[in-house]
Design a protein around this ligand. Structure first.
Ligand code: PMT
Length: 215
C-alpha cells in the first residue's frame, strides 16, 4: 500500500517569536513509520516540528501550521491507499498574526482565536469511500464516548483512542493507554501497550480494512 501518515504537533503563530502548540513528541508516528517500512509499504510522512528523522525511503514533508498540514495532506492523499492522522493538530489559531513581536503592556493579554481546518474531517468527506482513513483521539476523559463521536463525525474507518494526562503513557512516553474503534462496529481495548506494538496492530488493521474496501 501507499500510506500517508501525519505526526507531531502543529504550531500556530502569535507573532514572529511565539506560538501555541499541542503536545506531541512524534514517537507514535515514528513507531508507525518503522512498522510500515518493515511491512514493505510505501510511506509519505507529513510531520509537524517533532525532530523525527525519517529514513531516505520515506517521502517527508515538514510543516508547521495546521493550514500547511492540511494543504500537504490533501495533496499527498490523492496518491495514497490509506491515511493515518496521528498528528496533534491545533484546533485553534490566532485570528491575527502580528508582524512584529507583541510588546508587554497590560497584565492580561487577550488573544482572539479561530478554528483551524479539520483535516481528518476533510479526508473522510473526500476519500472515505475509496481509501482507508484512520484517526487518533487523544482524550483525558469519556474516552469511548468521544472516540465514537469522532469516528462518526469524521467518517473514518478506525479511531485509535488514547488516554492522555497520566504518567507512564501518552505524550513523550514509549507507552500508550489505547483502544481501537471501528466504523464497521467492534472495539479492542489494550490498556497500556508499547507504541511499537500498537503501531504493528494499527498497520495490520489497516491492511485488513484495505482488503475489505477493495472487494
Ligand atoms: O507524539 P507522541 O508523543 O508519541 O503522542 C502521540 C499522540 C498522543 C499525539 C497521538 O497518538 C494522538 O493521539 N494524536 C492525535 C491527537 C489529537 O489531536 O487528537 P484529537 O482528538 O484532538 O483529534 C482527533 C483526530 O483529528 C486526530 O486524528 C487529529 O490528527 C485530527 N485533527 C484534529 C484537529 C484538526 N484541526 N484536524 C485534524 O485532522
Amino acid at each position: 500500500m501507499k500510506v500517508l501518515l501525519t505526526g507531531g504537533p502543529t504550531r500556530e503563530y502569535l507573532d514572529p517569536v511565539r506560538y501555541i502548540t499541542n503536545r506531541s513528541s512524534g514517537k507514535m508516528a515514528k513507531a508507525l513509520i518503522g512498522v510500515l517500512l518493515k511491512r514493505k509499504h510505501k510511506v509519505t510522512a507529513v510531520l509537524g516540528p517533532c525532530g523525527v528523522k525519517c529514513p531516505k525511503s520515506v517521502k517527508t514533508v515538514n510543516v508547521e501550521t495546521a493550514r500547511q498540514m492540511k494543504n500537504s495532506v490533501m495533496k499527498e492523499a490523492e496518491h495514497a491507499d490509506a491515511v493515518i492522522m496521528c498528528a496533534a493538530v491545533a484546533d485553534y489559531t490566532p485570528v491575527k498574526v502580528s508582524a512584529v513581536k507583541i510588546k508587554k503592556s497590560d497584565d492580561i493579554l487577550r488573544v482572539r482565536m479561530k478554528r483551524t481546518p479539520d483535516i481528518l474531517f476533510c479526508l473522510g468527506r473526500k476519500y472515505g469511500k475509496k481509501k482507508v482513513i484512520a484517526g487518533f483521539a487523544a482524550e483525558t476523559d469519556k474516552i469511548e464516548e468521544n472516540a465514537l463521536r469522532k469516528l462518526r463525525d469524521k467518517k473514518c474507518d478506525m479511531i485509535v483512542a488514547n488516554k492522555v494526562g497520566e504518567k507512564g503513557a501518552g505524550f513523550d512516553s514509549s507507552m500508550m493507554n489505547a483502544a481501537l474503534f471501528f466504523r464497521e462496529g467492534g472495539k479492542n481495548h489494550f490498556g497500556k501497550i508499547s507504541k511499537n506494538r500498537l503501531g504493528y496492530i494499527i498497520v495490520r488493521e489497516i491492511e485488513r480494512l484495505r482488503q475489505t474496501k477493495n472487494k
